[in-house]
Design a protein around this ligand. Structure first.
Ligand SMILES: Nc1ncnc2c1ncn2[C@@H]1O[C@H](COP(=O)(O)OP(=O)(O)OP(=O)(O)O)[C@@H](O)[C@H]1O
Ligand SMILES: [Mg+2]
Length: 381
């Protein structure tokens, strides 16, 4: 069973959209897919799937010792796709206790008997249980958007996964673990640590733990999806994440592809259908099909990537961004000619995009201000 966790760091960048539509696309080509809503504090995957508010889900299973895990797995209208809702109304669920996490992971792994692909829609942020779910696979998906905050959060998320991986690999009581814990206590938490600087320190103190970690890191290649892009130039941002990961985390990430912002998604959402069913020919749906294809074609056991393969994945994503942009433009022209889209609709879309741009600009200016204040106080970026 392939496990595909979908995470992001920042909320609202499209994790649930990617998880749900990928689930449908993979089921449509004959895979037996289970889609689990693990955004336990704020689950809403059922909305993207077009389901009504679910009555029982993972929350019910975790809170009621008499409940049966199989009862929370629901069939969907799509052949081959099953769905595990999260439960929206149970407070405190975002912070799973370690016993709850273990029990849930065990149940999820047991799905292997009749499942080819398990997709996990994770919550935003870097809570420990989110990191642990993400680390169930060596090829989890990180969704980002071109906005500065989204990129920053995607990077911080990846940084936290690498540190969490270290903690799990270094057993309790080992010298490496004590060293890491000491650094943490001294106040130089993960935000300030650079893996390439840290690794030689660990190697000098505990070579066995160091080698064990390196062996795991070699099999850990998260995959990036750049969502909500408006222009091929937005795709360049992915390179920044790649560079930071490689320089500061010793982490090689792969590019799974770009997805354009598509106004059709709002219509699909209000029609209570995943866009891939509502408008399979839309640019967004086509991007999802392409990503599903890449997942199926990649060798699930072959986690070791070389630099050439990574380069290719980035080049391919950039080329796809160009092609999709042209298709998007053609699509708009077709809609205008056929009358499906009026000049008025087009003006409205441009206006709302201008609003988004000015919002992003404000966000970026705010961040610049914060950064210059921090630099003035002696912080070196
Ligand atoms: N490519 C896209 N084009 C248009 N709308 C999009 C696109 N991707 C996501 N959206 C919309 O953006 C909003 C956020 O998406 P989604 O709920 O999938 O994000 P999320 O990362 O799961 O958020 P959360 O952190 O709250 O769980 C939704 O309204 C969704 O329909
Ligand atoms: Mg979500």
């Amino acid at each position: 069973m392939r496990i595909i966790p979908v995470a992001s760091g920042k909320g609202g960048v499209g994790k649930s959209l990617v998880a749900a539509n990928l689930g449908v696309a993979l089921a449509q080509v004959g895979q037996r897919v289970v889609l689990a809503d693990l955004d336990l504090g704020a689950s809403n995957l059922h909305l993207v799937l077009g389901h009504h508010s679910p009555h029982a889900g993972i929350g019910t299973y975790l809170n009621d010792t008499r409940s049966n895990f199989n009862d929370v797995i629901a069939d969907t209208d799509i052949r081959g796709l099953r769905f595990i809702p999260g439960d929206t109304e149970i407070p405190g669920l975002a912070n799973l206790r370690s016993g709850q996490l273990k029990s849930l992971v065990k149940r999820l792994l047991a799905l292997e008997a009749d499942t080819d692909i398990l997709i996990l829609d994770l919550g935003a942020g870097t809570h420990q249980s989110i990191l642990d779910f993400f680390l169930l696979s060596g090829q989890g998906i990180v969704v980002s958007a071109p906005a500065v905050t989204a990129v920053l959060n995607a990077y911080v998320f990846l940084k936290n996964t690498v540190f969490r991986l270290m903690f799990t690999v270094f057993g309790k009581g080992t010298i490496a673990r004590s060293y890491l814990e000491q650094i943490r206590k001294d106040g130089s938490g993960p935000q300030k640590l650079y893996i390439p600087k840290l690794l030689p320190e660990i190697k000098a103190r505990d070579p066995a733990a160091h080698d064990k970690f390196m062996a795991r890191l070699e099999h850990f290649h998260p995959r990036l999806i750049m969502n909500m892009i408006d222009d091929p130039k937005d795709a360049d941002v992915a390179m920044k994440i790649r560079r930071s990961c490689s320089e500061y985390l010793d982490l090689k990430i792969e590019h799974l592809g770009v997805i354009y912002r598509d106004s059709m998604q709002d219509v699909a959402l209000s029609s209570r259908l995943p866009i891939i069913l509502y408008k399979p020919q839309s640019v967004l749906s086509q991007a999802i099909y392409r990503i599903a294809d890449k997942i199926l074609q990649s060798d699930e056991d072959k986690f070791i990537l070389d630099e050439k393969e990574i380069d290719e994945s980035f080049q391919e994503a950039e080329a796809e961004a160009e092609v999709d942009f042209d298709n998007k433009m053609e699509y708009v022209e077709d809609l205008l000619h056929s009358g499906a889209l009026t000049q008025g609709d087009l003006i409205e879309t441009v206006k709302s995009q201008q609003f988004e741009i000015s919002k992003l600009r404000k966000e970026s200016n705010f961040l610049k201000l914060k950064l210059s204040q921090a630099i003035a106080k002696g912080f070196t970026p």
